[in-house]
Design a protein around this ligand. Structure first.
Ligand SMILES: [Zn+2]
Ligand SMILES: [Zn+2]
Length: 104
């Protein structure tokens, strides 16, 4: 059994993605960017790009901290997995805190 990289559910599938997440992908609800992040379709979100997609880790971190990201803040993935956007894996940091987190 593999684990779905997106939601963590166990999946018996040739891709490491469960059926629900695959369906959602087919429906255009999310996609993976070239640098390995997940973007979800939220055209009404202030941080959405012109295509209507916003980084899922940004959305989830905002829900966790119950505030917007401020300028100069980034979202850190604690386990180093850019696709693991479970709230417990996300941490809002300033850019310099984030730099030290990865370079110390
Ligand atoms: Zn899934
Ligand atoms: Zn980081």
């Amino acid at each position: 059994m593999k684990k779905c990289f997106k939601c963590g559910a166990l999946c018996d599938y040739k891709y490491d993605l469960c059926y629900d997440c695959y369906k959602a992908y087919e429906n255009g609800e999310w996609y993976e960017t070239e640098n390995g992040y997940i973007k979800v379709y939220r055209p009404e979100h202030p941080k959405a790009g012109e295509d209507g997609y916003v980084y899922e880790h940004t959305l989830k971190a905002q829900q966790k901290y119950k505030r917007e990201l401020e300028a100069g803040e980034v979202v850190h993935h604690r386990d180093g997995n850019k696709k693991n956007n479970h709230w417990s894996n996300l941490e809002i940091m300033t850019r310099s805190e984030h730099w030290h987190e990865h370079n110390d």
